[in-house]
Design a protein around this ligand. Structure first.
Ligand SMILES: [Zn+2]
Length: 204
C-alpha cells in the first residue's frame, strides 16, 4: 500500500500536474495558489478514478480493464470542460478560462500519458475502440493481434481472482530513472514558477 502511494506521488501524472499548473499560471500571469495546483494534480489523475467502480464491479461484470468510465476522450473531454465551466461560473467567476484550461488540459495530458503505453489508447472512444499508440516519435494503430493477446492474459489474471491490492500495484509499474528525472524537472518547473510569480508580485 505504502509503495503504491509512493509510486503515485512520484508518478508521471503527478509531474504532469506540476507542468500543467505552472504552464497555465505562467501564461495567464496568475500568482501561486495551492488550490489551483491541487486542482491540476487532481485533473491529471481524474480518469483513473474509474479504478473505483472497476474494483467494485469487476467480478460481477467480468471486467478485465478499469478503462470503463473515465477513458473515453471524445466523451470525457467535452464533459470535463462543461462541468468545470459551470462550476467556475458559480465559484470562480473571475478565473473562468483559467480553471477550464487547467482541468481540461490536465485530463488531456493524462490520456497522452496513457497513449504512450505499448498497447496504445482508444483516442476516438466511445465512437471507435481502435487503439493508437505514440512511440519513438510515431503515431500508429496497434495491431489487433497484440490487443487480443493482452485480452487473453488479462482474462486469465481476472479468472485467477486477483485481490484489489494486486490490481492497483499491478497497474502502477515500478519507478524508472527516466520517470524520476521527469518528476524532478516537473518540480523544478513548479519552483521556478513560484519564485517568478512572487518576484512579479513584489515588483508590481
Ligand atoms: Zn488512465
Amino acid at each position: 500500500m505504502l509503495s503504491t502511494l509512493i509510486r503515485i506521488f512520484f508518478g508521471v501524472d503527478m509531474a504532469l500536474g506540476f507542468f500543467n499548473y505552472a504552464a497555465w499560471s505562467w501564461i495567464v500571469g496568475n500568482k501561486f495558489s495551492i488550490w489551483f495546483l491541487l486542482l491540476s494534480i487532481f485533473s491529471t489523475h481524474l480518469p483513473d478514478t474509474d479504478m473505483i467502480p472497476y474494483l467494485l464491479f469487476r467480478r460481477r461484470y467480468r471486467l478485465i480493464s478499469h478503462w470503463v468510465l473515465g477513458h473515453h476522450p471524445l466523451l470525457v473531454l467535452p464533459l470535463v470542460a462543461t462541468v468545470s465551466f459551470g462550476a467556475a461560473k458559480v465559484w470562480i467567476p473571475d478565473g473562468l478560462g483559467y480553471t477550464v484550461a487547467i482541468v481540461t488540459t490536465g485530463v488531456f495530458l493524462h490520456f497522452v500519458h496513457d497513449g504512450m503505453d505499448s498497447l496504445g489508447f482508444p483516442w476516438l472512444s466511445p465512437f471507435s475502440m481502435i487503439q493508437f499508440r505514440f512511440q519513438s516519435g510515431k503515431f500508429s494503430v496497434v495491431p489487433q493481434k497484440e490487443i487480443d493477446e493482452w485480452r487473453e492474459r488479462a482474462t486469465l489474471w481476472m479468472q485467477r481472482g486477483s485481490s484489489a491490492a494486486d490490481e492497483i500495484s499491478g497497474r502502477t509499474p515500478p519507478m524508472t530513472l527516466a520517470q524520476l528525472l521527469f518528476w524532478g524537472v516537473g518540480i523544478m518547473a513548479l519552483v521556478i514558477f513560484i519564485m517568478e510569480s512572487s518576484y512579479r508580485n513584489h515588483a508590481a
